[in-house]
Design a protein. Structure first.
Length: 148
């Protein structure tokens, strides 16, 4: 799995364990049955993709003026930072800030959010509404989570 959030593996395992227990409870199955089919049936994302989903929705809300105002100082579009006319000036890419501490700085919203946004396909990031964006993003992440 390619998690952009840089959450420690121990915390991801704990969160995934809770999600697995909830899926088993809904399906009324034992803890020894394989969980993948249950998660697919419920159409639930695994924990790394779930975190990416929440982060990407927050970035989308920010870019479309639907997020809290205090986030406006933390994310910058490539088009706003370029003074010259470049090919990237017409893209929806975001500037990824440099950090001094990779273990803490890379987890910060401006860095993790920008890095995740830039890794999403254009058909997802170009969604006209939040509902369409959420649907496309969930489908994209679900395919990453369960590649078959």
């Amino acid at each position: 799995m390619n998690c952009h959030c840089h959450v420690p593996a121990s915390q991801l395992r704990r969160l995934q364990s809770v999600l697995n227990a909830a899926a088993r409870h809904i399906h009324r199955s034992s803890r020894y049955e394989h969980i993948t089919a249950m998660l697919q049936d419920l159409h639930w994302l695994r924990s790394p993709e779930r975190i990416d989903f929440k982060l990407a929705v927050l970035v989308y809300r920010f870019l479309h003026g639907l997020a809290p105002r205090y986030l406006s100082d933390h994310i910058q579009s490539v088009t706003d930072s370029n003074r010259r006319c470049l090919r990237s000036s017409s893209s929806s890419q975001l500037v990824i800030r440099r950090t001094r501490l990779s273990n803490v700085g890379d987890r910060a919203f401006p860095v993790a959010g920008s890095r995740l946004w830039n890794s999403l396909p254009h058909d997802v990031t170009s969604a006209p509404t939040l509902t369409v964006f959420r649907n496309r993003l969930k489908t994209f992440l679900f395919c990453q989570s369960f590649p078959n």
